[in-house]
Design a protein around this ligand. Structure first.
Ligand SMILES: Nc1ncnc2c1ncn2[C@@H]1O[C@H](COP(=O)(O)OP(=O)(O)O)[C@@H](O)[C@H]1O
Ligand code: SF4
Ligand SMILES: [Mg+2]
Length: 290
């Protein structure tokens, strides 16, 4: 599943909510999260820390912030393996070497002894991926894993994630503002706007026939976002939580907005098999409670 939307749409918050890592100020008002059948919103904290890592692996946006600068990469992957698998030092070190090889870090032994600052951005992101896989998770949540990388490393990273997904049979949640990148690794896409889902569809269906005006704009802007993550074909920027009025949250930027769009909020409704859209052009249904 790909999760897309421009900067500030709520992609990271959504990903964090899935593993109950929301900031203190955030609260889940409704809905449910299940990981491998377990109720994430009700699980005790000890169980949650097992689920994170052993069921869900997390790859964060900024590799430089997620790695400890004063410990070698090998030590950090080894520590992840010990924590997740409850195995001894030697076993964990062997597993760390295997994982580093699996993510394509050549010369694992040299790299294992390196410190984060001695690696390239792509190598750091691979090292984090190795650590995320240490618990043999079924689900990998990757939050903009390529946004800090140059285009060549980006493509390699996406290819690596796709290979791992196939070889390990991983379920992948791939978060990105870059729809064309997402298209390479996912089968389905969820489009977020201002903290809510505006469309879900199979990748091919979405690319061929986007139903929400925002999805359409994203596809038109696929060549790349402009400065500050604002898409050239959609003037304006995504509204902040305090600015969410009673109407459709996309109305201030939508070329099709009418009086009703500004007054009432469209509900997310079925628009064919395995498709949902939140727009009055697709359905008259309003969001209960506005
Ligand atoms: N569902 C939501 N409910 C309330 N506020 C939200 C929601 N989603 C996003 N936000 C707000 O938008 C900000 C940006 O969200 P974030 O998840 O960082 O966006 P992205 O990763 O898409 O750039 C958050 O800090 C929060 O203030
Ligand atoms: S509901 Fe209205 S404003 Fe919102 S996306 Fe659809 S047409 Fe545009
Ligand atoms: Mg983000």
């Amino acid at each position: 599943m790909g999760v897309v939307g421009e900067s500030g749409c709520g992609k990271t918050l959504t990903a964090l909510a899935l593993v109950r890592l929301l900031p203190d100020a955030a609260r889940i008002e409704r809905g449910a999260v299940r990981l491998a059948g377990e109720d994430v919103l009700r699980a005790p904290e000890a169980r949650m820390s097992q689920l994170r890592g052993e069921v869900a692996g997390f790859l964060f946006q900024e590799p430089s912030r997620a790695l400890n600068p004063v410990r070698s990469v090998g030590a950090q992957v080894t520590e992840a393996a010990r924590l997740r698998r409850r195995i001894g030092r030697d076993g964990a070190a062997r597993l760390a070497c295997e994982l580093l090889r699996e993510v394509g870090l050549e010369g694992e032994v040299r790299l294992a002894r390196s410190y984060p600052h001695q690696l390239s951005g792509g190598e750091r992101q691979r090292a984090l991926l190795a650590a995320a896989l240490a618990g043999d998770p079924r689900l990998l949540i990757a939050d903009e894993p390529t946004s800090a990388l140059d285009t060549v490393s980006q493509r390699q990273m996406v290819e690596l994630i796709r290979r791992l997904r196939e070889e390990r049979g991983l379920t992948l949640l791939f978060v990105s503002h870059d729809l064309s990148l997402v298209g390479h690794v996912v089968e389905r896409v969820t489009v977020l706007y201002a903290g809510e889902t505006v469309e879900t569809a199979g990748r091919d269906e979405l690319f061929a026939d986007p139903r929400h005006p925002y999805s359409r704009a994203l596809l038109e802007a696929r060549a790349g976002a402009g400065a500050g993550g604002v898409f050239p074909t959609v003037p304006g920027a995504v509204s902040r939580p305090g600015e969410w009025g009673h109407g459709c949250r996309f109305a201030p930027r939508c070329a099709h907005a009418d009086e009703r769009c500004r007054r009432a909020r469209p509900a997310l409704t079925a628009a064919g098999p395995d498709r949902t859209v939140r727009c009055f052009l697709a359905s008259d249904e309003e969001e209960p409670g506005g």
